[in-house]
Design a protein around this ligand. Structure first.
Ligand code: NAD
Length: 537
């Protein structure tokens, strides 16, 4: 169980949290909703990181021999722990990230449980050897086998402290890998507790807990993990740090999956259901206080609906309650990091200076309590503004006008990112046609794109600067595998294909075979056939 023990003392300032004393040995952890200190977490040195990876390798050597049923048994026990401890997990997440209680339950627990369920039911199906046609090699069988790669490194961000841990852990364990996680320094307090609890479950199930390990620290700890002897890296975070991880992975040519930022378009056509689109946009912009990689960062509304959309969104946002869930039910919580608060404030002020109009919010709030930014709506945003190009990752709805389908697609694709997207129209073929033209890894029709996460059979990932490779679903599971191509005996023909010594006639015979098999038209194929028997090779 999670021990949500809190060391009560005088709240520390955001600056103290953001800038640790050098050289830091511990991470000071605070509750961003109240700025109360939560405790300290020891920073792992590069030697600690290397030792953790070495222990993981040992554990994985035994784990890779387990049957799918044994792996499912561990996943069932981890699921039982998650459901049983959900209230404690939600509380720890709330304290460490400042998110609301409901966001913790719906964003951390529910998708994680669904991922367990999906993997327990479908994992083996996607990892079993898969027969493939052996083409004209009729005496041979061909198949793909899915072997574990070894040790998976998962370097993860702060927006979903529990889910970001369990999400890569489930496919890693199911495919026979061990995992070493580097949680974000901003949620080190709860992450350490979660990983301890998960290790406990594995140990009680009779397996080596070193299958799951945490290395804690700032960027250099992540860099040490990326340069260690891991066999694959999943990086979830910002584009800049993603680039650094790609560089590190190149040293040992280690495969990487990059899950980076987004600037998702949310298109509201002139024939959309206004009420449906507005409520979905509220989810897209304000769930988790907008700190979502798939947040609806740009709301593109057609001229005909623009004013009504703006009015209705403003009306609903004006009723939002903001604060700490520990003081009662709230709609919107805090910003996880003070650095992110600065980013949001700078982006909003910059947009206003460039001509955007504040319809709601627009500034920091509850500064005496914690790190909060008001739920904000900015209207009259145009594609040339910085805020229309750069990820905000905060509770900010940007309203942009578009004329028609072609214009919507042009604006939507006019950014460097391509994570997910949403299209709203009562004409579904029209919406599908627009979605098909969007440069994005995911598209949702008449839904906030975050919902794709609940269909765990779907893959998750982006294009362009949003990254490459995929999490979730069959593709995410197999991304942690050595997909081995195997040719095997079908018939006991113990004859080698003798290539050596090369005979005078060989070139002519093979040339005939190629023409016979692949020639265009009967005439060429017939010539190939004759060549096989020609004496003049
Ligand atoms: P971040 O890049 O600052 O940090 C992510 C992780 O990388 C942290 O654990 C950090 O300590 C570590 N790190 C920092 N420097 C490193 C280095 N040089 N080498 C290795 N590791 C290093 O990102 P963040 O601020 O924690 O998260 C916000 C970003 O993550 C946003 O851009 C958001 O869109 C993105 N994100 C993407 C997804 C997705 O699935 N596509 C999901 C969540 C968040």
């Amino acid at each position: 169980m999670i021990k949500a023990k809190i060391r009560m003392s005088i709240p520390i300032s955001a600056e103290q949290h953001a800038q640790p004393a050098e050289p830091a040995t511990h991470i000071p952890c605070i509750d961003p909703a109240t700025r109360e200190p939560l405790g300290e977490v020891r920073i792992d040195s590069p030697e600690d990181v290397r030792a953790a990876v070495a222990r993981a390798k040992v554990a994985q050597n035994a784990w890779r021999q387990t049957s799918f049923e044994e792996r499912r048994d561990v996943l069932r026990k981890l699921l039982a722990y998650t459901v049983g401890a959900k209230d404690d997990i939600c509380l720890a997440v709330q304290r460490d990230s400042g998110k609301t209680r409901e966001n913790a339950l719906l964003g951390e627990i529910w998708p994680t449980c669904e991922k367990f369920r999906w993997m327990i039911k479908n994992g083996e199906k996607h990892l079993r050897p898969e027969p493939i046609s052996s083409s004209f090699l009729v005496h041979k069988k061909a198949r793909l086998e899915y072997h574990p790669l070894g040790v998976v490194a998962a370097i993860i961000p702060w927006n979903y402290p529990f889910q970001n841990i369990v999400n890569p852990l489930i496919p890693a364990l199911m495919s026979g890998n061990a995992i070493v996680l580097k949680p974000s320094e901003w949620v080190a307090w709860s992450s350490g507790q979660f990983i301890d609890a998960l290790r406990n479950v594995v140990e009680k199930a009779g397996h080596n807990p070193d299958l799951i390990q945490a290395v804690q620290g700032y960027g250099p700890t992540g860099a040490a993990l990326a340069r260690s002897a891991v066999d694959t890296i999943l990086f979830i975070g910002s584009v800049n740090n993603g680039r650094r991880v790609v560089e590190a992975s190149a040293e040992r040519v280690v495969p990487v999956v990059m899950e980076l930022g987004g600037k998702d378009a949310f298109i509201v056509c002139d024939d959309a259901d206004l009420e449906q689109a507005v409520h979905a946009a509220l989810s897209g912009c304000y769930i988790n206080c907008g700190q979502n990689c798939v947040a609806s960062e740009r709301i593109l509304v057609y001229d005909a609906l623009y004013d009504a959309f703006e009015r209705r969104a403003a009306e609903l946002v004006s009723e939002f309650r903001q604060g700490s869930s520990r003081e009662g039910v709230v709609d919107v919580g805090a910003i996880v990091t003070p650095l992110q608060l600065d980013v949001i404030e700078k982006a909003v002020n910059g947009a206003v200076a460039q001509g955007a109009r504040v319809v709601a919010g627009g500034k920091r709030t509850l500064a005496d309590k914690g790190d909060y930014f008001e739920p904000t709506i900015l209207a009259d945003v145009t594609p040339d503004m910085d805020i229309a190009q750069d990820e905000v990752f905060g509770p900010v709805m940007l309203l942009m006008r578009v004329r028609d389908d072609a214009h919507a697609v042009e604006v939507a694709n006019g950014v460097s990112y391509g994570l997910s997207s949403s299209v709203f129209s009562k004409n579904r073929p029209r919406a599908r046609n627009i979605a098909a033209q969007l440069e994005a890894g995911m598209s949702a029709i008449n839904e906030f794109a975050g919902i794709t996460y609940m269909a765990q059979g779907l893959t998750f990932g982006g294009v362009k600067a949003s990254g490459y490779g995929r999490m979730n679903g069959r593709e995410g599971l197999r991304s942690m595998c050595n997909i081995k191509a195997v040719i095997d005996d079908r018939l006991p023909i113990n004859q080698a294909n003798r290539v050596f010594p090369v005979a005078e006639k060989d070139y002519g015979v093979f040339s005939g075979v190629i023409e016979l098999m692949y020639g265009s038209g009967l005439a060429q194929r017939w010539r190939g056939f004759l060549k096989l028997f020609s004496r003049r090779q």
